[in-house]
Design a binder for this molecule. Structure first.
Ligand code: SF4
Ligand code: SF4
Length: 191
């Protein structure tokens, strides 16, 4: 199953601002199965066009993650207003070069607040990026040309500027009260 980023709402709030580390990511298929069939032979259409999120196999579910890494960026929540802002600080387990979880099988043991992405969470988590493969399918928007399932090339998500490879930095060594220094504008694309 896909997973999500850590929910850090229980951590102490940032001191320099009224913002507290929140829940990052919803991390989908960080590990893509190589054997996922690109199309449903019976329908002649790819599975993401014929199946609901609930109906997908585990391999199909994992393959739906485009590998952007956006959901593994830390977010901060204003404890008074509930406003959520994005930072460019990635979860310590994210391999930024690959935009993949470096220990996917053990992510929940190593990052207890990493969220397990499910169809229900895809519907309820407002901060899931508009580009996210799960969100796009849930909203009936299909997958974009740069999605590896469409392009057949895992590099296209980076080439299209969708992944966080070019600007993320690890949260390692950054004190939580300094997270506010890494706030960035939220993604405004709906690619
Ligand atoms: S543990 Fe892995 S999947 Fe979870 S937020 Fe961190 S990098 Fe992403
Ligand atoms: S498609 Fe991107 S935002 Fe969605 S789960 Fe995968 S890495 Fe996270």
């Amino acid at each position: 199953m896909a997973k999500m980023g850590q929910d850090r709402r229980n951590r102490p709030p940032a001191k320099d601002a009224d913002l507290a580390p929140l829940s990052p990511p919803a991390r989908g298929g960080v590990k893509r199965a190589a054997t996922v069939p690109p199309a449903d032979a019976a329908e002649g259409k790819p599975f993401w066009e014929t199946k609901t999120l609930e109906a997908m196999t585990a391999a199909e579910w994992e393959a739906l993650c485009d590998g952007c890494g956006r959901c593994c960026l830390n977010k901060l929540e204003d404890e008074d207003t509930g406003e959520i802002v994005l930072t460019r600080l990635a979860c310590a387990l994210l391999d930024i070069g690959q935009c993949r979880c470096s220990d996917y099988p053990n992510r929940f043991a190593k990052m207890p607040d990493c969220i397990n992405l499910t169809p229900e969470k895809v519907r309820s988590l407002a901060w899931l990026p508009a580009t996210c493969g799960y969100r796009r399918v849930k909203e009936g928007r299909g997958l974009a040309w740069w999605h590896p399932l469409v392009s057949g090339d895992p590099e296209t998500v980076h080439q299209a500027g969708i992944s966080v490879r070019s600007f993320a930095r690890s949260e390692k060594g950054v004190k939580e009260h300094n997270f506010v220094r890494y706030i960035i504008l939220d993604f405004d694309d709906d690619a």
